[in-house]
Design a protein around this ligand. Structure first.
Ligand SMILES: [Zn+2]
Length: 353
């Protein structure tokens, strides 16, 4: 029954994602919007607003020529900045007109019409990304303090918790992905988009490996490598594919959904069979995390021009991150105390001999 539910869930997600990618451009297909952007590119103005960065041809260099004929980066930058402003103000005007005639917001170039704040494209998503980053940092610091200052250490100052280094890497990859998420939502260009997508794939793939290693309690390094190697190879290939071959949104989303669903399932099944004292925290994260994924499906437009479904999704992961690191700390305490008990009994056994 549970299996059927997940299969159905996956089919719905991938269908909706594909549909969204195909349907992404209702706003920029609008002829009024197109005319506005074209005129703005020529005159540098949208209604009364004019943009100085739209005056390219100061020295007569054609902006349409091959790249080596143009003034280098500065011109490119101006041109890009001009296009970005033209699109933004044409979109705002079009959306105001549409709202006045009772129409719902539509997407432009695959994105909802967001209001900028100090030039930041999606301020809500940026704020939530930064808060996620802060939450991971807080979680990791408290994990670190617990491991090295509160729990007993071996004679060589190493911890008894044999998943410690895996969680340290997890923390680094999480910082990295939330950092690039904040950058990407501030300014959406080719480079920031690729960095955000690549970092997200990296942390998803890595946390899948972690979920397998932890739920099967894999201690042996050789077995760990055998589990991790094929997944690392796949994730690396996928990231190279996105960056250097094709940034295929539909395919990438399918890969991410499969990796996310598999690890949620693994944690859920493990939470069901384990006697871990903090298994309820796993349940909270799995259930709430699964529900939060629904937000990506019900892709609603930004409320007041700020909080859309994606931003709301970033918001929900903030408290979940807190619960998650608290589970990781509990796990460190639990396994350490288990190890200590085992040591005591083996010492007693030795003495009895
Ligand atoms: Zn995002």
């Amino acid at each position: 029954m549970l299996k059927h539910y997940w299969v159905a869930f996956f089919v719905v997600v991938s269908w909706v994602v594909n549909f969204r990618v195909l349907d992404a451009s209702a706003g920029d297909a609008d002829p009024l919007y197109r005319v506005c952007v074209k005129q703005c590119g020529e005159t540098g103005c949208v209604a009364q607003r004019c943009f100085p960065q739209c005056n390219f041809s100061s020295d007569g260099v054609s902006i349409d020529g091959p790249w080596y004929m143009q003034e280098p980066l500065y011109m490119q930058w101006k041109q890009w900045d001009c296009q970005s402003d033209c699109r933004y103000y044409c979109m705002l005007d079009r959306e105001n007109e549409r709202e006045a005639t009772g129409h719902d917001p539509v997407k432009y170039h695959g994105k909802w019409p967001f209001k900028r704040v100090y030039g930041i494209q999606e301020p809500a998503s940026v704020v939530f990304s930064v808060l996620n980053l802060a939450m991971h940092f807080h979680g990791w610091i408290s994990f670190f303090v617990l491991l090295y200052y509160k729990l007993p250490l071996r004679r060589d100052k190493k911890t008894y918790y044999y998943f410690a280094s895996l969680w340290h890497i997890y923390a680094l990859l999480s910082f990295n992905s939330w950092f690039w998420s904040a950058v990407f939502h501030s300014r959406d260009v080719d480079l920031t988009e690729k960095l955000d997508y690549s970092s997200a794939v990296a942390i998803l793939g890595y946390s899948l490996i972690l979920s397998i290693l932890r739920s099967f309690d894999v201690k042996d390094d050789a077995v760990r490598v055998m589990v991790a190697a094929p997944l690392l190879a796949f994730v690396t290939t996928h990231i190279l594919y996105l960056n250097f071959y094709k940034l295929d949104y539909g395919w990438n989303m399918q890969v991410c959904v499969v990796m996310a669903v598999v690890q949620l399932l693994l944690w859920a099944i493990w939470a069901g069979v384990t006697r871990h004292p903090s298994r309820w925290k796993l349940w909270v994260v799995v259930v709430a995390g699964g529900l939060a994924m629904l937000l990506e499906i019900y892709d609603f437009p930004p409320y007041q021009g700020f909080v859309d479904a994606h931003a709301a999704w970033h918001a929900t992961t903030i408290p979940l991150t807190y619960v998650w690191w608290s589970f990781i700390r509990d796990d460190a305490e639990f396994l350490t105390s288990n190890q200590m008990k085992r040591l005591k009994t083996s010492n007693l056994a030795k003495k009895a001999k």
